[in-house]
Design a protein around this ligand. Sequence first.
Ligand SMILES: CCCCCCCCCCCCCCCCCC(=O)SCCNC(=O)CCNC(=O)[C@H](O)C(C)(C)COP(=O)(O)OP(=O)(O)OC[C@H]1O[C@@H](n2cnc3c(N)ncnc32)[C@H](O)[C@@H]1OP(=O)(O)O
Ligand SMILES: NC(=O)C1=CN([C@@H]2O[C@H](COP(=O)(O)OP(=O)(O)OC[C@H]3O[C@@H](n4cnc5c(N)ncnc54)[C@H](OP(=O)(O)O)[C@@H]3O)[C@@H](O)[C@H]2O)C=CC1
Length: 515
Amino acid sequence: MVSIAEYYAGKNVLITGATGFMGKVLVEKLLRSCPEVKALYLLVRPKAGQSMQQRVSDMMKCKLFDRVREDNPDFHQKIIPISSELIQPGLAISPEDVERLTACINIVFHCAATIRFDEPLKHALQLNVIATQKLLSLAQQMHHLEAFIHISTAYANCNRRHIDEVIYPPPVEPKKLIESLEWMDDGIVRDITPRLIGTRPNTYTYTKALAEYVVQQEQDKLNIGIIRPSIVGASWQEPFPGWIDNFNGPSGVFIAAGKGILRTMRANNDAVADLIPVDVVINLTLAAGWYTAVHRPKNAVVYNCTTGGINPFHWGEIEHHVMSSFKRNPLEQAFRRPNANITSNYLINQYWILVSHKFPALIYDLFLRLSGQKPQMMRIFNRLHKAIGLLEYFSSQDWEWNSENMTMLMNQLTPEDRKTFNFDVRQLNWPEYIENYCIGTKKYVLNEDMSDIPAARQHLRKLRNIRYTFNTLLVVFIWRVFIARSQMARNIWYFVVSLCFKFLSYFRASSTITN
Ligand SMILES: CCCCCCCCCCCCCCCCCC(=O)SCCNC(=O)CCNC(=O)[C@H](O)C(C)(C)COP(=O)(O)OP(=O)(O)OC[C@H]1O[C@@H](n2cnc3c(N)ncnc32)[C@H](O)[C@@H]1OP(=O)(O)O
Ligand SMILES: NC(=O)C1=CN([C@@H]2O[C@H](COP(=O)(O)OP(=O)(O)OC[C@H]3O[C@@H](n4cnc5c(N)ncnc54)[C@H](OP(=O)(O)O)[C@@H]3O)[C@@H](O)[C@H]2O)C=CC1
């Protein structure tokens, strides 16, 4: 049987969402580990005043592509950007491009989606469901298509505790929902959204579940694989450890904690933190593309791409390792010393939000106002609270995913492919991974230089001294206020002072006797 790289040799691959976090890693890995691939067609839209060509050429300059650039400086010749806005009719692909794609594409990887948790339902539906339907229609016109790989999420069915590698009945028939939302104005849709999504926490997981069903409907006509990653984090090994380029999911939480801004969050210490490195997901995705095309299974195969059932790690452990990593490798210009704690207790969390978030923010903003600057800390905290409020659902409970198909796929690979497209998470050393993840947020998200670590440590020492001074002044201030106003507090104060004095005299006396 052909190896994975042999299979992709000479193939034309279509990728949506290639400018996103996972899409970029997919493009890089295909170019690096399957160097004989013929061409990668990327569906990209112009954005923020940049043409799609400009966006793709900027993407290829990014550090992620350093290793590919070394191996093959002309790799960009294999990349063919195709202008496409997925929420437009016909995916806004020109008729000439449609003709070109239908004539040559062999494999489709559909990564594009809105992953925002606060996306209005209509928009989430347009992109995650309707665009998927349109892409499936386009795929059916492709004369040489061998596999259609759809990226879903392990949380599409998060309303269940145990999740098998099957497609569950959708919460509503997508066609009916699409028809009804078409005539409703945005206000009505907003009002009925909580009723529609039911026990799911957001429109993202709801529309991803609908998309899976839509994809499954085409299993008689296409060879389909569905990948369900859990919480995708920085790379484990490839192209180098710790690569990450965004604030999504845990990355934003780690950064906020490393900067000393986030001090408390609701999470269950003992719940499994189902993080999965991005390179693992991409290796599995490419292997699933190969398997789907070579074996052509009759029904869509679902791969739960998770770590919890195989090599579990818990939020409490994550907290410990993140904090110790940021103490060893501090971020620049931290607001306070990194010291975040997680708790599953609502009231305790609210207390710490008040004491450790709102109170310091108020003081800092007061300081900024007094020094003639614009206050900003309270605004930052409000945004942070909104973001973590949306994540807490995922950090406060755990799920059990069956990942038999991941094991089955691994067993199908040659020993060589198992190394090149490694998705064996049993080998993942969590403390080392979390350390590299934290360093990755520093280097690649915040663009901080590792050579500035001594200065960052010095800054933390300064913050520690400020804290000691502040606490001392606070104690003195409180006692002064009490002593001035209350006889009882004064008595307590004299009692404590005389106790300390007696203890010191006793200590001095006993040390004189022993001498
Ligand atoms: C040490 C303690 C350890 C404790 C560990 C506990 C960790 C728990 C983590 C649980 C994670 C669970 C994730 C579950 C994932 C499900 C998997 C998936 O399928 S789907 C994949 C997962 N999908 C997601 O994760 C999507 C979640 N994100 C969203 O839905 C939205 O970004 C939003 C609603 C949070 C904010 O919307 P909006 O107000 O419109 O703002 P914008 O979006 O425009 O961004 C504004 C600014 O904020 C920045 N920033 C962004 N996120 C965070 C963050 N988390 N934090 C901090 N900052 C963040 C952002 O970069 C930007 O900065 P700047 O450019 O202005 O400087
Ligand atoms: N990140 C995670 O933790 C997880 C992600 N997933 C799934 O993985 C896939 C990729 O996620 P990720 O890479 O993190 O997401 P990103 O948000 O980083 O990337 C999304 C991609 O979709 C593209 N896109 C969005 N809207 C449109 C549009 N209207 N037209 C054309 N392209 C569009 C974006 O293009 P542009 O650059 O133009 O905005 C971008 O390339 C998604 O399907 C997601 O559901 C699953 C589990 C976890």
